[in-house]
Design a protein around this ligand. Sequence first.
Ligand code: FES
Length: 122
Amino acid sequence: MTAILGNPSEPDAAERAHHLGPLDQIPVGEGRAFGVDGVQVAVFRLRSGAVHAVSAVCPHKGGPIADGQVDGAIVLCPLHMNAFELSTGCSTTGQQPLATWRVDVDGSGEIVLYATHSHSQS
Ligand code: FES
């Protein structure tokens, strides 16, 4: 029985909201890792006010993306400094992209992550 935290663009998968607690727990300009159904997701709170959710595991060699340095809307993985756009997950240094999820902040200031789940659970 495995819950798959799928990509929001998957067709016919049900979208589920995950409440991750107050946005205030993430300092402005930084990221924080959350476990969502067994998947590590890094949520970033940008100085612009934007909030983004990407995979917390670097596709290069597994570095901790949530600990990366944020430069504008780009995060640098702390291990080998590969760069990823937080809005798209795309690497600007030639690596595989980070998975991304839709994330929002609700009226009470809570982070809400929207994940799709495939129907492969038993
Ligand atoms: S592990 Fe992230 S850049 Fe190498």
